[in-house]
Design a protein around this ligand. Structure first.
Ligand code: ADP
Ligand code: MG
Ligand code: MG
Length: 249
């Protein structure tokens, strides 16, 4: 589904990704762990097409297409979803408006009819239920005054509505308490655990991986994947620290 080959990228004139190679097959949840500053968010931003990041070498193939030939909105419409460490607030726009626009923009791209108001609300209610989010929250402005946990749940409702083929989730667990972590993790499982979907789950800590059980775990350090293993690798990192595990690699 996603094939990253020898990816080099820079931002602010500084090389951050330095030959990153990684593949995620359909049906896989692949966790990326790594120390602060390793380039995890840079990888997410490059995949999403955020301005200010220059790819200097390498390639990314997404569902058989050259990812970099697609604009960010085309990547989204082709089924790529990006979840952010710090979801943005959009004053003056309600979640309902925002989500319906997003869903219908995606449908238009695919040549499908827009959802009626009733059909959209039914879908929104179903996905909000998965994330234990009250519909009243969805009537409020996007993320304005939301707690960290509410922002992450709202983002997962958005993911549920867009129903992407592939999600890149950057530190979705940051700022979540134990209960919210469980709700968000269960939501990721419900929405993305499927033989025809894939997830790149970027996290600094092992605790989200107790809920969203990864098929593979890779360590990203200094812009490269330095080790790949199964879920036991996440336990080792948690217990022994990045330096010790990487010294063995
Ligand atoms: P991680 O998400 O793994 O903590 P990041 O991808 O956010 O790491 O950052 C990787 C490195 O890139 C860090 O050293 C960071 O300071 C640097 N970096 C990120 N953005 C910029 C920028 N705009 N200009 C210069 N350096 C940057
Ligand atoms: Mg960081
Ligand atoms: Mg980061």
């Amino acid at each position: 589904m996603l094939k990253i080959d020898n990816l080099h990228a820079e931002t602010g004139g500084k090389a951050i990704l330095k030959g990153l190679t990684l593949e995620v097959a359909a049906g896989e949840i692949h966790a990326i762990m790594g120390p602060n500053g390793a380039g995890k968010s840079t990888l997410a931003n490059v995949l999403g097409g955020k301005p200010g990041y220059d790819v200097t070498q390498g390639s990314v193939t997404f569902r058989g297409q050259d990812l970099f030939a697609l604009d960010p909105h085309e990547r989204a419409a082709e089924g790529l979803y990006l979840g952010f460490q710090y979801p943005v607030e959009i004053p003056g726009v309600s979640n309902v408006q925002f989500l319906r626009e997003a869903a219908n923009a995606q449908r238009a791209y695919r040549g499908e009819e827009p959802l009626s108001g009733g059909d959209f609300l039914k879908l929104a209610r179903e996905k909000a239920g998965l994330l234990k989010m009250d519909m009243d929250m969805l009537k409020r402005q996007v993320n304005v005054g939301f707690s960290g946990g509410e922002k992450k749940r709202a983002e997962m409702v958005q993911m549920g509505i867009l129903d992407p083929a592939f999600a890149v989730l950057d530190e979705t667990d940051s700022g979540l308490d134990i209960d919210a972590l469980r709700v968000v993790g269960d939501g990721i499982n419900a929405i993305m655990r499927s033989p025809d979907k894939g997830v790149l789950l970027i996290t600094h800590y092992q605790r989200l991986l107790e809920v969203v059980k990864p098929d593979k775990v890779s360590v990203l350090a200094d812009g490269r994947i330095v080790q790949t293993g199964g879920p036991e690798l996440a336990h080792r990192l948690e217990n022994e620290g990045y330096d010790a595990v990487m010294a063995d690699a």
